[in-house]
Design a protein around this ligand. Structure first.
Ligand SMILES: Cc1cc2nc3c(=O)[nH]c(=O)nc-3n(C[C@H](O)[C@H](O)[C@H](O)COP(=O)(O)OP(=O)(O)OC[C@H]3O[C@@H](n4cnc5c(N)ncnc54)[C@H](O)[C@@H]3O)c2cc1C
Length: 458
């Protein structure tokens, strides 16, 4: 695959040519071999190398570091975890749920710390997140989110309810009636983060081979067409691409998220939109949307809604769905009429993220030395850092607080075989769209969407 710069606005705007590193030159031995050079693989390599510089760590990447979701995402390094706090509390108790949430909050600070320590130039801006309520129904959800947070031990400085003026003061979208704000998020240039991380691990002695697809992962070995890396620990860090590995077809469902970016907007436009602290933003609709003001003055804006593809297929063609791009542009125009009916979009792209059958992200290491992390849904920028630190502790046998968090060694059930998987995932996506439309028509919350969320354990 060539044309890596075309994969996202982010990859198009890094200051380096994205020339692939060399491929694996033949068989070799290592202490740890990691499959995949996105955030998960690279954070794992980073913390292992920091903890024990004598470890021989090899990372194998099918394309280039940051080829996957890590080079294409919305750039929210947030404390969001795919399983909600109430759902975690039901499964693991209130204290462990809160510990998980606090670990996620700490993770945002930890990423900021490493970015500074390693000199990674990735437009890091810890401006928090504003989630807007643009209808009475959405305002109800904002109030419920804050009440739920309080009931589970979070405070005003974790999540606060905003009135209409406060919310519009942060992000002056059309029809804002209120919202919520959390400080636990940083906007980041995601491709610069992942590319900078690849350089940081190399500086610490990790060996990274690119254009080296792994065809089989088994205890003690990662097999590629160029040779086999033998190591007592093999870590799978392939997220949405996992179904392409033998035996993993039903491990996660690759669901696509798509994005657009505008041209740089003039200061007068920003004066009307706001986001002065580069807060990341969203609203309380069901079908997730997310945006950030980039350091170079663009709006980068994305959402779900692309179909799941039969057989968990992941191919470059699925990154582009003109229908979804048009919808994103339309929503941008609705949110910010100052952009005009046709927001001036210069880039459009997408990528696969990984969804486990029970919607639970997990990290773990089994007795045979196989490690894994993923199933982050759309919340992997921060969570992958926590995963990397946790895997490093598990591999080194550290009895840390991290290895006691509730997601560690969780085993999600496998997805149904096709065609059930295709029917279920796409029915879920459709339901969320129709719930948003019904709510806009009736002004009442959708019971079906609420029931579906409960079914997913949210
Ligand atoms: C459009 C979009 C927007 C998103 N927005 C956000 C956001 O704002 N905030 C957030 O928290 N999360 C977001 N996410 C999710 C987040 O980007 C991911 O959860 C995260 O990047 C996952 O990192 P990863 O390293 O686990 O996987 P990836 O970044 O997908 O990396 C996996 C790597 O493994 C490689 N690979 C796969 N198979 C093989 C193989 N067989 N052999 C060798 N290498 C292989 C791939 O080439 C890839 O480089 C978004 C995702 C997308 C697609």
């Amino acid at each position: 695959m060539t044309g890596y710069r075309e994969l996202s606005y982010w990859l198009s705007s890094v200051d380096e040519p994205l020339t692939p590193r060399g491929a694996l030159p033949g068989d070799r031995d290592a202490d740890v071999v990691i499959v995949g050079a996105g955030y998960t693989g690279l954070w794992t390599a980073y913390y292992l190398a920091v903890a024990d510089p004598t470890l021989r760590i090899t990372v194998l990447e099918a394309e280039i570091a940051g080829y996957g979701a890590s080079g294409r995402n919305g750039g929210w390094c947030s404390a969001l975890f795919p399983t909600s706090l109430p759902a975690l509390a039901r499964r693991h108790g209130r204290d462990r749920a809160l510990a998980m949430q606090r670990a996620m909050q700490e993770t945002v600070r930890e990423v900021g710390r490493v970015v500074a320590a390693e000199g990674i130039d990735c437009d890091w801006q810890p401006g928090g997140t504003v989630v807007l309520a643009r209808s009475e129904v959405q305002l109800g959800r904002a109030r419920a989110a804050v009440a739920e947070a309080r009931a589970h031990g979070l405070a005003d400085d974790d999540l606060v309810l905003l009135d209409a003026a406060q919310a519009a003061g942060r992000c002056a979208a059309e029809g804002v009636r209120g919202g919520t704000y959390t400080p636990h998020c940083a906007a980041v240039h995601p491709a610069r983060l992942v590319r900078g991380l690849a350089e940081a691990v190399e500086r610490r002695g990790v060996t990274l081979f690119e254009r080296t697809p792994v065809t089989a992962v088994r205890p003690g070995a990662a097999v590629t067409p160029h040779g086999t890396v033998r190591a007592p620990v093999v870590v799978r860090a392939t997220e949405g691409y996992t179904p392409g590995l033998p035996g993993q077809r039903r491990a996660v469902a690759p669901v696509y998220s798509l994005m657009v970016a505008t041209e740089p907007l003039p200061e007068e436009t920003w004066a009307r939109i706001g986001l002065a602290e580069r807060e990341t933003f969203s609203d309380y609709r069901h079908v997730i949307i997310y945006g950030q003001r980039t350091a170079d003055g663009r709006l980068a804006f994305g959402g779900r809604g692309a179909p799941y593809h039969f057989g968990s297929r992941v191919t470059p063609g699925h990154d582009r769905e003109p229908r979804v791009f048009a919808a994103l542009r339309r929503v941008l125009g609705e949110l910010f009429p100052v952009l005009g009916p046709e927001a001036p979009v210069s880039h459009a792209w997408g990528g696969p993220l990984g969804v486990a059958r029970d919607w639970s992200a997990s990290v773990g290491l089994d007795r045979s030395g196989l490690g894994w992390a993923g199933g982050y849904v759309g919340d992997g920028v921060g969570t992958s850092n926590l995963a990397g630190r946790t895997l490093a502790d598990l591999i080194r046998g550290e009895e840390s607080d991290l290895v006691r968090l509730p997601w560690v060694n969780h085993r999600s059930p496998r997805w149904e075989p096709e065609p059930l998987r295709w029917l279920a995932v796409n029915a879920g996506l459709k339901l969320m769209f129709s719930a948003d439309r019904a709510e806009a028509r009736s002004g009442r919350p959708s019971r079906r969407a609420a029931a579906f969320s409960r079914l997913l354990g949210h």
